[in-house]
Design a protein around this ligand. Structure first.
Ligand SMILES: Nc1ncnc2c1ncn2[C@@H]1O[C@H](COP(=O)(O)OP(=O)(O)OP(=O)(O)O)[C@@H](O)[C@H]1O
Length: 261
């Protein structure tokens, strides 16, 4: 647990380049600086291909930077860190396992006693509103319900850092708002540092403490916005307030100047 003033996540002057199959150098991120404090919810928005997913990949340790350093709780990242949880656009549920087994998978993998793991999984299934669906398989669930499974799978491990890559983008508008509220509720009692990648400016504002706007690729931080909207937030109430609309307009303008051709 990070109890010091050290950022939970720090990207220090990071550059990331890829090499294409033809041997071409593809610069994905340049001179990228970002600090996320313990318990802070940050969102990243930016034009397509600007390096948002690459940023998350570097924090996980799966894709080391070409230059610069990524630190978790002040320590350079080397390989996958058990303190980190992920939720991606595609559900990471195991199709051959029922809801309860899916949610218990993390603790079982970490070697937790089976009875303890399943007790905890039952509790998390309840907390995400899926009681009664423990024996259902993923294909028997709606998209929103599968997201609930994914959230339970993540939060059951009590991660101190959560990375989310457009987790709700495939959902319809109403289900998306429900899941945003659900996420805020779970996060408020877990207190993780979150990096949430989205194309949706409004989603970034309703969820985050800070929004990072990236330039077009190779991406770097163009601007950051502090979101002072009070918490706890209820998504459908927040998004019609004058403060919200003002932020949305400012970030939209900022981003629009990056996607003009
Ligand atoms: N494994 C890879 N090999 C080669 N190039 C890659 C690789 N991964 C990403 N890139 C390139 O790096 C750049 C950034 O990609 P990235 O997926 O991080 O962008 P993004 O902002 O998440 O995009 P989107 O908004 O479309 O999801 C792009 O030009 C992409 O083509």
């Amino acid at each position: 647990m990070n109890t010091s003033n050290v950022p939970a996540i720090e990207l220090d002057n990071v550059t990331r380049r890829f090499v294409s199959p033809e041997g071409r150098i593809i610069p994905a991120l340049r001179d990228f600086n970002m600090q996320v404090q313990p318990g802070e919810f940050c969102a990243i928005v930016g034009p397509t291909g600007c390096g948002k997913s690459t940023t998350l990949g570097m924090i996980t340790g799966l894709a080391p930077p070409t230059a610069g350093e990524v630190r978790i709780d002040g320590t350079p990242v080397h390989g996958i860190d058990p303190r980190i949880g992920f939720v991606f656009q595609s559900d990471a549920v195991f199709p051959w396992q029922n809801v309860l087994d899916n949610v218990a998978a993390g603790p079982l993998f970490r070697g937790i006693d089976k009875a303890v793991a399943y007790d905890s999984a039952r509790e998390w299934v309840r907390r995400v509103g899926l009681s009664g669906f423990e024996s259902h398989y993923p294909h028997q669930l709606s998209g929103g319900m599968r997201k609930r499974v994914a959230l339970a799978q993540t939060f059951i491990n009590n991660p101190s850092i959560i990375l989310m890559d457009e987790p709700f983008s495939a959902l319809d508008v109403q289900t998306r708002a429900l899941m945003q509220n659900e996420l805020l509720d779970l996060w408020s009692s877990n207190g993780a540092a979150v990096v949430f990648v989205t194309h949706d400016i409004d989603e970034a504002i309703v969820l985050a403490d800070r929004v990072f706007v990236l330039t077009k690729g190779p991406g770097t931080v163009k601007s950051t916005y502090t979101i002072d909207l009070p918490r706890p937030r209820v998504v459908e109430e927040v998004r019609y307030t004058p403060e919200f609309l003002d932020l949305s307009r400012r970030i939209w303008r900022d981003l629009a100047s990056e996607v003009q051709i």
